[in-house]
Design a protein around this ligand. Structure first.
Ligand code: SF4
Ligand code: SF4
Length: 223
């Protein structure tokens, strides 16, 4: 039964516009509201839009980033409703989320951790999630649930090798250039990243990031 719902959710999610989808069981420290499983989903960003980023963010990227978040939020919302219709609980977690002023750089769950546990890719030295198919040209959302959906893919090791291009290119000095730490600490500084956008590029828009680390990553093979 669970397998059938999982197959249905995959098709349903892809028909709504998701490019990647996977399932995982969550470790105890990531369980919220007694929901032990997660649907991880992502949409690919436009290569042509990413090409507009040079050494700084662009208006086109800012607007595209927000559109991707809006699409993800809609998909997560509708996937959660579909899970509820099947008789289970579901909690859609928005693509861009924050726990508020006291902890502005954390959300209900790190989307990239759910995506890694679902076997969809790995976290790069940039601190970004790199999907197997699309590199870091993806935005993510998560649906927490008590529907017992298991991962169908093994967890993938970090594949950055000796590359440090994102660290070298980051204009905010926010990337440490290290592989993700096993204790769950971040390998980049989200405050430096966010402040760079807010302080230097208010005229483009707030609540976004500059995108240079995506543009330079050789795993992305921009077309
Ligand atoms: S979005 Fe820009 S400032 Fe933030 S980590 Fe990437 S390159 Fe650095
Ligand atoms: S630019 Fe290089 S080090 Fe950074 S995430 Fe991409 S492959 Fe990894």
């Amino acid at each position: 039964m669970t397998r059938e719902i999982g197959t249905h959710l995959k098709t349903f999610t892809q028909n709504l516009g998701a490019d990647i989808i996977g399932f995982c069981e969550l470790p105890d420290e990531l369980v919220n509201a007694n929901l032990h499983y997660a649907v991880s989903l992502g949409v690919k960003l436009s290569d042509a839009i990413l090409q507009t980023i040079e050494s700084a963010p662009s208006f086109a990227y800012f607007q595209h980033y927000r559109a991707a978040n809006a699409l993800l939020d809609q998909i997560a919302f509708r996937v959660a409703r579909e899970i509820e219709k099947a008789g289970y609980a579901a909690f859609p977690v928005a693509a861009s989320q924050s726990l508020g002023k006291n902890d502005p750089y954390r959300g209900v769950i790190p989307h990239k951790t759910a995506a890694v546990l679902a076997g969809l890719g790995f976290v790069g030295k940039s601190g970004l999630f790199l999907s197997t198919e699309h590199g870091s040209k993806v935005r993510l959302a998560t649906v927490l649930t008590n529907l017992p959906l298991q991962s169908e893919l093994p967890v993938i090791e970090n594949g950055c090798g000796d590359c440090t291009l994102c660290k070298n290119a980051c204009p905010a000095g926010a990337i440490f250039g290290e592989k993700p730490l096993t204790n769950g600490e971040r390998n980049f500084d989200p405050e430096k990243c966010s402040k760079y956008m807010k302080e230097k590029f208010q005229h483009i828009g707030r609540g976004s990031v500059c995108g240079v680390c995506i543009k330079v990553c050789p795993k992305n093979k921009l077309r």
